[in-house]
Design a protein around this ligand. Structure first.
Ligand code: TLP
Length: 355
C-alpha cells in the first residue's frame, strides 16, 4: 500500500526545473555578498514583500531567531500568540540564544492576536523592574491554528498598537504565499504594516532549503552580522537560491490546488463520526482535527493511521494535523479519507468488542 504523506508540506521535493537551475546556477562567495544567484533571489524577495532588502537564510527557524536577535537585547520581552511556532517549535531559541522573555497572549481561531490584548501587555517604559517590550511576533498563515489567515487590516490593527508604543513587529510568514493566495491579495499587502517579514522556500514552494528575511536596509545589514554569528553565513549558496527563483516563478499560483484539496479533506473528515473539526475555519493547506477519546487516545490513533498508510503529525493530546501539498492529489485525499474512515470504524469496533 502506497503511504499518503500528510505530515507536512516540508516533504515536497524539488522539481526537475529546480534541479536543472541548481546545476547551472552562477555562484560566488555569499559571505562576501558575491553570489549572483543569492543576490538576485534577495532582490526578488524584497520586491515581493515590498521591503528594501532581504537576506537568504538556511531555515525559517533561523530567520525568526535572527529577526529576534536583530530587534532585541537580552532581557527584553517579546509578545506573541500562545500558539506561535516560535514559542512551540523552535527549540526555545528566542530564550536560549536571544535571551528574551516571551509573553503570550491568546490566539483566535485564525491565529490572530487582539489589539486590546496586546495593548494590555506592553510594558510601560521607564520602570527598571520591567523588561522592556521591544518586539511583537505575528504568524501568517498560522500553523497551529489550522493554517488560519490574517488580512492586511487584521495585521495593521495589531501593528498600529505596537508601533504607537515604540515596539517593532516581526511577521513569521513561513507560508505567507498560502495566505496571499487564499485572500487573493499580494504578499506585500500582508507585510505592509510589519517591520520585517520572513518566508520559507522549503515548504509548499517545494525547494530543498531556504528562507528569506526581508525588511529595511539597515535591519538587513544588522541581521547579516547575526546570521554570520549563528553560523548561517553560507558560501556558494546560489545553488539553493536558483531553486528559490524557480519556486517564486512557478510554485505560488498552484497553492490554490493544495487549498482545494485541504478543503475536500476537511469536509470529508467532518463527516466521520468521532472526529471533530470545523472545515470553514481552515482556509489554506493545514487541517487540524480532534479525535474523540472514545475512538482512541491520540498516539494509538496515529499508530493505526500509519498502519493503514496515512502519515500525520500530532500537535496536541487528541489533535491530529494533516497538510496537503504538491505530492497529494485529490485522488489521494479521497483514498486518505477512506483509510481514515476504515481506521475509525476498526477502532470503534475493537472498543465495543472489548467492553
Ligand atoms: N514548521 C514545521 C514544523 O516545525 C512544525 C511544519 O512542518 O509545519 N514558522 C512556521 C509558521 C513554520 O510552520 C515553520 C516550520 C517554521 C517557522 C520553521 O521553518 P524551518 O523548518 O525551515 O526551520
Amino acid at each position: 500500500m502506497n503511504p499518503i504523506d500528510l505530515r507536512s508540506d516540508t516533504f515536497t521535493l524539488p522539481t526537475d526545473e529546480m534541479r536543472r537551475a541548481m546545476a547551472q546556477a552562477e555562484v560566488g562567495d555569499d559571505v562576501y555578498g558575491e553570489d549572483p544567484s543569492i543576490n538576485q533571489l534577495q532582490e526578488r524577495a524584497a520586491q515581493l514583500m515590498g521591503k528594501e532588502a532581504a537576506l537568504f537564510m538556511a531555515s525559517g527557524t533561523m530567520s525568526n531567531l535572527v529577526a529576534t536577535l536583530t530587534h532585541c537585547h537580552r532581557g527584553d520581552e517579546v509578545v506573541m500568540g500562545e500558539q506561535g511556532h516560535m514559542f512551540w517549535n523552535e527549540s526555545g531559541g528566542a530564550a536560549a540564544l536571544a535571551g528574551v522573555q516571551i509573553r503570550l497572549v491568546p490566539n483566535d481561531d485564525q491565529g490572530r492576536i487582539s489589539p486590546d490584548d496586546l495593548a494590555k501587555v506592553i510594558r510601560p517604559r521607564g520602570n527598571i523592574h520591567f523588561p522592556p517590550t521591544t518586539l511583537v511576533c505575528l504568524e501568517n498563515t498560522h500553523n497551529r491554528c489550522s493554517g488560519g489567515v490574517q488580512t492586511p487590516e487584521d495585521t495593521k490593527r495589531v501593528a498600529d498598537v505596537a508601533h504607537a508604543a515604540g515596539v517593532k513587529v516581526h511577521l513569521d510568514g513561513a507560508r505567507i504565499f498560502n495566505a496571499a493566495v487564499a485572500l487573493e491579495v499580494p504578499a506585500s499587502a500582508l507585510a505592509e504594516d510589519v517591520d520585517d517579514v520572513s518566508f520559507c522556500l522549503s515548504k509548499a514552494l517545494s525547494c530543498p532549503v531556504g528562507s528569506l528575511l526581508c525588511g529595511p536596509q539597515e535591519f538587513v545589514e544588522e541581521a547579516r552580522r547575526w546570521r554570520k554569528m549563528v553560523g548561517g553565513g553560507m558560501r556558494q549558496a546560489g545553488v539553493l537560491a536558483a531553486a528559490g527563483l524557480v519556486a517564486l516563478d512557478t510554485m505560488i499560483d498552484r497553492l490554490a490546488d493544495d487549498h482545494a484539496n485541504a478543503r475536500r479533506l476537511a469536509q470529508g473528515l467532518a463527516n466521520i463520526p468521532g472526529l471533530r473539526l470545523d472545515p470553514e475555519r481552515m482556509p489554506t493547506n493545514i487541517v487540524i482535527f480532534e479525535v474523540d477519546e472514545a475512538v482512541a487516545k491520540g498516539p494509538e490513533f496515529i499508530r493505526a493511521l500509519l498502519q493503514a498508510g496515512v502519515k500525520v503529525t500530532y500537535p496536541g493530546q487528541q489533535s491530529i494535523r494533516m497538510v496537503t501539498h504538491r505530492h497529494v492529489s485529490s485522488q489521494d485525499v479521497d483514498e486518505a479519507l477512506a483509510r481514515v474512515s476504515g481506521v475509525v470504524r476498526g477502532l470503534r469496533g475493537a472498543r465495543k468488542a472489548g467492553s
